[in-house]
Design a protein around this ligand. Structure first.
Ligand code: HEC
Length: 150
């Protein structure tokens, strides 16, 4: 009996972090708008990884151009994805206290993505690398102020 109790505690300890990791499984979002924006962030995350780990090495400028274009549009639309009251576990409430700053950071992201798009179109590997790093910096800058890692 005591052994069973112990294993129950142990498995509970394992289950809790796993649940927290998967808090964003479909159907567990705070609202459809939160679900949608998280989807677009995940797309950006996957795209930027592919840019650094795959496309740059392979010289696949077309793929970089396409991913950057998608991110530029996302950057322009991002403030609309954060209407007042759309709080979520991942979004710091400071977003709505400093909304114009949040908008500026989204704009910096959109502009950096447009620059990467242009660099990829030019086919200049050095310019692409520089622009991709600058783009990554805009993700980080916003996350530091407004994303809650959970
Ligand atoms: C202007 C602010 C801003 C910019 C720019 C930004 N993010 Fe985010 N990001 C956020 C916020 C806020 C959240 C949390 C959203 C939520 O959970 O409601 C987030 C969440 C995420 C997530 C987690 C999604 C999940 O699974 O919950 C990823 C991945 C991500 N961002 C990647 C990126 C990448 C990559 C870039 C740049 C290419 C980027 N973000 C640019 C603000 C930003």
């Amino acid at each position: 009996m005591r052994k069973l109790f112990l294993s129950l505690i142990l498995s509970a300890a394992l289950v809790v972090p796993a649940t927290a990791l998967w808090a964003h499984e479909p159907g567990t979002y705070e609202s459809p708008i939160v679900e949608q924006r998280v989807k677009r962030f995940k797309q950006s995350g996957g795209d930027i990884q592919a840019i650094f780990k795959k496309h740059m090495g392979a010289g696949n400028f077309t793929a970089i151009e396409e991913a950057a274009a998608l991110m530029a549009v996302w950057g322009e639309e991002m403030p609309d994805a954060f209407p007042t009251g759309s709080n979520s576990v991942g979004a710091d409430p400071a977003i709505w206290e400093n909304f114009s700053d949040f908008e500026n950071k989204a704009d910096a992201f959109a502009k950096a993505a447009a620059k990467l798009n242009a660099a990829a179109a030019s086919g200049n590997a050095g310019a692409v690398k520089k622009a991709a790093q600058a783009l990554g910096g805009t993700c980080k800058s916003c996350h530091q102020s407004y994303r809650i890692k959970h």
